[in-house]
Design a protein around this ligand. Sequence first.
Ligand code: ATP
Ligand code: MG
Length: 406
Amino acid sequence: MYVSDLALNDFRSYHELVLALEPGVTAFVGQNGQGKTNLVEAIAYLSTFSSHRVAADAALVRQGTGGAVVRAKVVHGERPTLVELEIVAGKANRARLNRAPTRTREVLGVVRTVLFAPEDLELVKGDPAHRRRFLDDLVVLLSPRLAGVRAEYDKVLRQRGALLKSAGAARRRGGRPDLSTLDVWDGQLAAAGAQIVAARTRLVRRLRPFVATAYEQVSAGQGAARIGYRASVDAAEGAEEITAAELDATPAAQEAAESREAALMDVPAVSRRLLAAMGEMREKEIDRGVSLVGPHRDDLVLSLGALPAKGYASHGESWSFALALRLASYEVLREDDTSPWGVDGEPVLILDDVFAELDARRRERLADMVAGAQQVLITAAVAEDVPQALTGARFHVHAGEVTRGD
Ligand SMILES: Nc1ncnc2c1ncn2[C@@H]1O[C@H](COP(=O)(O)OP(=O)(O)OP(=O)(O)O)[C@@H](O)[C@H]1O
Ligand SMILES: [Mg+2]
């Protein structure tokens, strides 16, 4: 798919912007702070309903105004679709599809994007929440139904947390809290949690070969990148972590990891296991006032050769790993044909400020890898940073004005 038209109202620094785009490579060039990232952020927002830069939507709405509108025409195969999202700070988004008001969830999955930005370094160096979000965003793009499951899980987790806290407080006062509602939350948490664990594990398996290949290509064959899913339910059951070094050294470790992973895709079984783990840990959970097992405590484990990436990988290696994760996402979406919008699942690839961080060789390699994508949107502060191989449309971005250049 590709975006053929974009219109912004009061989004970030833009009061009003109308822009026609084409398939192929488009570069947005301009000095710092001129609105390049704002532009691509708007397009990415249509696919994930969230920004790669801020957690709250308030910053997306132009200062001093009440709401922002992002409108785009996207083309799947030959078929155009009009998508519109209105962002009102502190309120739920309003959505339109082909001009008709609709529920926002109907819009999920219509626009597919994969965005790579400097912030993605956190995928490797940051805490697990970044990696969980990476997986969940992609899971939802692939099967929008899971957005509901994820929202349900978050809601139940909050309510269960509040109940655990008040039970703990009551107990410390010497009372005997009523724990019957906790059983209900346990069941709901386990049911939704198992679906998330299974979906993430399936995704990790789909991503794995692409991550390895992309890392090899970006880094010119230095080291093998591997990803794995670390489930808190395994740890709660006392299973010891299988390290990258063990995976490297013995086939037995690989088999053990494989069967553990396969078990995580069995939804009813994982649901039972989560429930049992919660039963085991109830006292501890009441003590601490938090839910200790479930997908909110899981992680995506990244390793390079026999070493974990986090804490060991160099700056450049971390960059390459983060980039490999995004390129692998792109490949998974491209080969996915389950979208109701037809077989054209290929996402728009967005590279925000990426080339400046790479040395000349890595730049050329990345350029070669993305040159064949249906639509690539690139931002750069310096025109020379965009590799020559990536010919296509150029826009200059200055003070919120976007003009076509060469
Ligand atoms: N909600 C908002 N309302 C008004 N202006 C905003 C809002 N959010 C961001 N801005 C402004 O947008 C500008 C940043 O734009 P953007 O991040 O797109 O820059 P850029 O062109 O990508 O720069 P760089 O090359 O440094 O990455 C800043 O000047 C910032 O003050
Ligand atoms: Mg920027």
